[in-house]
Design a binder for this molecule. Structure first.
Ligand SMILES: [Zn+2]
Length: 293
């Protein structure tokens, strides 16, 4: 049996055992080819970032990556993209709208950057049907409290559109990562549906506390709890109870295809937390299903 078949069987066995129709993955990456190849080149030289080898398990053509996700039984997924500088976001949003139109099981994803015109292109993306946004505070190196973004957060909070935000300081910190900047943002936009990517690693406890304080806040599991991540930023055992308490606010995310292990490992990493089948059903399907309808 080939690697793909084994991966597929592992994933399908996971959700079938739970009696689910499949799973929903809120954190996957699809991007214009030349952007994705740059991302891959970055991971290939990941040494400066984390000092870790980061082999991309699913370095394939786009149609193969889509076929794989579907064979895994991933019912809905996203095309997380993000600019590292001004002048890119509107172009990325145009690409993502086209992608969502030709890939109906992908949730229409958009992004932004603090720049002139940001409110206009975000509003256009929302009007065009964007269902989820991505904000990357480490790669973008911007303050979520930048005055240029104030109307954007307001608009997204009002529209109830989730914003998956890379705001934790892992695997590398940035000037605006960590719980404080996002905490200030939430104090002004308490209803914002902010999805803390990667469980906020390594500041897991602080981001879980934000989720406890603000009912709109969720966390995605992307790469958390895996052997790879546990090696350098282990999830604190003392916070495990909070994972159970906030079980309706945790969403499966994986970072497919840019992961250094098979897709099923993320699922097994959740399973071995020992929080039970109801928790797994909510995290891998139910919570995202109710968030996105
Ligand atoms: Zn990601």
């Amino acid at each position: 049996m080939g690697g793909d078949d084994r991966d597929r069987d592992d994933v399908v066995r996971f959700w079938r055992r739970l009696g689910l129709p499949g799973i929903i993955d809120v954190h996957t990456h699809f991007m214009p080819e030349r952007v994705l190849s740059k991302v891959w080149a970055y991971f290939d030289s990941a040494g400066p970032l984390t000092g870790l080898e980061w082999p991309i398990t699913y370095r394939r053509d786009e149609d193969e990556r889509l076929a794989l996700l579907r064979s895994f039984g991933v019912l809905r997924f996203t095309s997380m993209l993000y600019p590292h500088k001004a002048g890119m976001a509107a172009w990325l949003n145009g690409w993502a709208a086209g992608f969502a139109a030709r890939v109906p099981d992908c949730l229409h994803t958009a992004t932004f950057f603090p720049e002139e015109g940001v409110e206009t292109y975000v509003r256009e993306a929302v009007e065009a049907g964007a269902r989820v946004f991505k904000s990357h505070l480490q790669v973008g190196a911007y303050d979520p409290n930048d005055p240029l973004l104030e109307p954007v957060w307001g608009l997204l909070a009002e529209a109830g559109i989730p914003v998956v935000t890379h705001c934790g300081s892992g695997p590398a910190p940035g000037a605006y990562t960590g719980p404080a900047p996002v905490g200030r943002l939430l104090s002004r936009h308490p209803r914002l549906k902010l999805v803390v990517a990667h469980m906020g690693m390594p500041e897991y406890g602080e981001f879980l506390a934000l989720a406890a304080a603000y009912p709109g806040v969720r966390l995605d599991t992307t790469m958390a709890f895996t052997d790879f991540t546990e090696d350098f930023t282990p999830f604190p055992a003392a916070e495990r109870g909070r994972l159970a308490d906030l079980g309706d606010r945790i969403l499966l995310g994986t970072d497919f295809p840019n992961i250094p292990y098979p897709y099923a490992h993320q699922l097994h990493a959740l399973e071995r937390l020992g929080l039970g089948d109801d928790w797994l059903r909510a995290v891998c399907h139910g919570n995202a299903s109710s968030l996105f309808g």
